[in-house]
Design a protein around this ligand. Structure first.
Ligand code: ADP
Ligand code: MG
Length: 468
């Protein structure tokens, strides 16, 4: 959690919730010393059994806001599925499962299972047969299991719709309705969403009982986010992004466009300038999406270009800059975008490019922030003359073989440092996925590491590696 969200004088303690002692100790061990604002607003209501519609930005601690209530109602001795959490993507479902497991540590033997597409059914069926208290998954795959009768939801007492707006954006409305039809009528339903479009309101109306609304309008600690607006002609817009990057040289930048076409065009322009820019869009398959996210998070790509929908739910810390390539028509979305930077006590930049046509939108943002935005001339953006183009500090190497081959991060780190003589300090993040392992290494040792991997061994086996 960012320090900016839970300022000490108003931060509420978890103690007031009447949770069991072991749960409180566990929260302390996790470093959760006080509730985040969305937790403080929703936990008392949810623990009292109310249905809830909760709206708050990414990274505000929504997972714990629904997990603590569902854990409170759980009977560990019963091996029926008692809580179901629906999520839009596998990535988000896996993050949620991990957070649930951390929060459930206080109790012995609570089992949480992820059920998503892109993973073989057989393993999931075997895990279900062993019993699970909590299931987290995407609507499609949950329906698959219901159709095969490998999953029953008759004992569900808490249903969570996480990132409800995004699930609707992805066309899951019918699937969600079908899954809900298989849950008991008496249950608690908790709905979490970053925005509140009509579709979400309809969903709530259909499936919830007198829900309480908890909505947190966002306020950032302004000292952490430095905003600058630049007036551009439409014809200058994409080029101006390159100027910003060259001038400010942020290590990682998330660039928001209003349309997919604009994303595509921008990536083309940036790549042509020699920048390492990647696009995140809905047409990527799961493996491609994983690769894009891994490369951006491990600092081997400078820029990630995305629409609001594609970037929803991404939890990336250490974002040096956000660029609004287009101004969004919704001022709340603007606040949401720029809140991705300036986290965890670090300063961040938020740059916005606006044409004359977009001045009305900027006006609404000013209004919402309660003050005008600072304007700067494009001419202040002078590329540092004698430096080379902006390059990411790391390079990603992909090794064929992952969880399936029982590779663990420590195995790879050991091989690289002990057997292959690469300094530990030059090795970055290691991600082990199902079939692939990704390791970030400093650019200067990338070739050496690649050669060593292809001629050496990991866990006693030869491996194939390539540069992504
Ligand atoms: P959201 O679902 O709102 O995007 P998450 O539930 O993923 O946010 O939480 C974001 C991060 O904040 C996670 O790393 C989580 O472990 C951490 N977090 C949640 N609640 C607290 C808390 N009360 N104190 C400190 N950190 C917290
Ligand atoms: Mg979340």
């Amino acid at each position: 959690m960012t320090k900016t969200d839970a300022s000490p004088p108003t931060a509420a303690s978890f103690v007031s919730l009447g949770l069991p002692e072991a749960a409180l100790t566990n929260l302390t061990q996790l470093g959760y010393t006080s509730m985040t604002p969305i937790q403080a607003a929703s936990l008392p209501l949810a623990l009292a059994g109310h249905d809830l519609i909760a709206q708050a930005k990414t990274g505000s601690g929504k997972t714990a806001a629904f997990t603590l209530p569902l854990l409170a109602r759980l009977a560990p001795r019963s091996f029926a599925v008692q809580a179901l959490v629906l999520c839009p993507t596998r990535e988000l479902a896996e993050q949620v499962t991990q957070e649930i497991r951390r929060l459930a540590r206080a109790e012995d033997n609570i089992k949480a299972l992820t059920l998503c597409g892109g993973v073989a059914l057989r393993g999931q069926i075997a895990s279900l047969a062993h019993g699970a208290h909590i299931v987290v998954g995407t609507p499609g795959r949950i329906l698959d299991h219901l159709a095969r009768e490998t999953l029953a939801l008759d004992a569900v007492n808490t249903l969570v719709l996480d990132e409800a707006d995004r699930m609707l954006d992805m066309g899951f409305a019918d699937d969600i309705a079908k899954v809900i039809a298989r849950c008991p009528k008496t249950r608690q339903t908790l709905l979490f969403s970053a925005t509140y479009p009509d579709g979400v309101a309809q969903l709530a109306k259909r499936f919830m009982r007198e829900p309480k609304d908890v909505k947190l309008t966002e306020r950032h600690d302004d000292s952490q986010i430095r905003q600058r607006f630049y007036e551009v002609e439409d014809s200058q817009r994409l080029h101006a992004v390159g100027l910003l990057l060259d001038h400010f040289r942020p290590v990682s930048t998330l660039a928001f466009c209003n349309t997919k076409q604009q994303c595509r065009d921008l990536v083309g322009v940036l790549q042509a300038q020699g920048l390492v820019a990647l696009e995140l869009h809905g047409d990527l398959d799961q493996r491609e999406r994983d690769q894009v996210l891994v490369q951006f998070a491990n600092r081997s790509a400078s820029v990630l270009v995305a629409t609001d929908v594609a970037a929803r739910g991404l939890d990336i810390t250490q974002l040096a800059a956000v660029i609004n390539v287009d101004i969004t028509p919704d001022p709340e979305v603007h606040i949401h975008r720029i809140g991705r930077t300036g986290r965890a006590g670090e300063q961040g930049w938020a740059f916005s490019l606006a044409s004359m046509d977009e001045m009305g939108r900027v006006g609404r943002i000013d209004e919402m922030q309660g003050r005008p935005n600072p304007w700067h001339p494009l001419s202040e953006l002078t590329p540092a003359a004698d430096t080379e183009p902006l390059r990411p500090p790391m390079v990603t190497l992909q090794i064929l073989g992952g969880r399936k081959e029982k590779i663990r991060p420590g195995d790879l780190l050991g091989a690289l440092t002990k057997d292959m003589g690469i300094e530990g300090a030059r090795i970055g993040k290691i991600n082990v996925n199902e079939f692939s392992t990704y390791v970030a290494v400093e650019r200067s040792v990338a070739d050496q590491a690649l050669r060593a991997l292809n001629s050496g061994k990991v866990k006693g086996k030869s491996v194939k590696a390539r540069r992504l």
